[in-house]
Design a binder for this molecule. Sequence first.
Ligand code: SAH
Length: 213
Amino acid sequence: MKDSHRQQGKRQQLVKIVQEKGIEDQKVLKAIGSIPRHLFMDSSFEDHAYQDKAFPIAADQTISQPYTVAFQTELLQIKRGDTVLEIGTGSGYQTAVLCYLGAKVYTVERQRELFKKTERFLPKLGYRPKYATFGDGYLGLPDYAPFDKIIVTAGAPFIPKPLMQQLKVGGRLVIPVGDEVQIMTLLERKSQKEFKKTTFGEFRFVPLLEDKN
Ligand code: SAH
């Protein structure tokens, strides 16, 4: 697994692009600048890895656009040691960003093929989620709840109740909500019963699906 000077150089250009689009969090920018995104993609797309675009991975899924990864991560306000639930492991790129920032990551993927591939791949790069599993993200991970932060990386038709229940008071849930197009939504849990909702414009994700395979 090679990370050439050329790839490192392109990665720094990507950091600039993401920064110009409005990402300010220096730690998030450092993560984008450090993680070899090309290794998370099929080798036939390797040359495109440092464009600010989503690309196909296995099982008809996509690796999210770097700007989107940075945007969602910035909204989470990750602190070292935070417990973070991620729904939609996919390529593991977002997982790696969270690990890089010192989060204890619990990640769920509903495509068995992707789950297996990513579970094997991440530790090779030195990224070790606390727990990675094959399952249905609509249900969250009640056995490991509550979480400081929750991130959903697929388009959800609505905000699943179990995810709200599994968020700590003071915690943040970032989820793109909608069918064709999604509105990036932040829920902050203010108390046991009270959630503050803020929205951040349109994004496009593959759908959060209900039946696993
Ligand atoms: N974070 C990923 C994004 C992958 S795309 C990355 O950076 O590569 C979204 C992922 O969500 C896909 O892998 C898809 O299989 C997964 N997904 C869809 N519905 C799901 C569900 N109900 N539970 C868990 N994962 C789901």
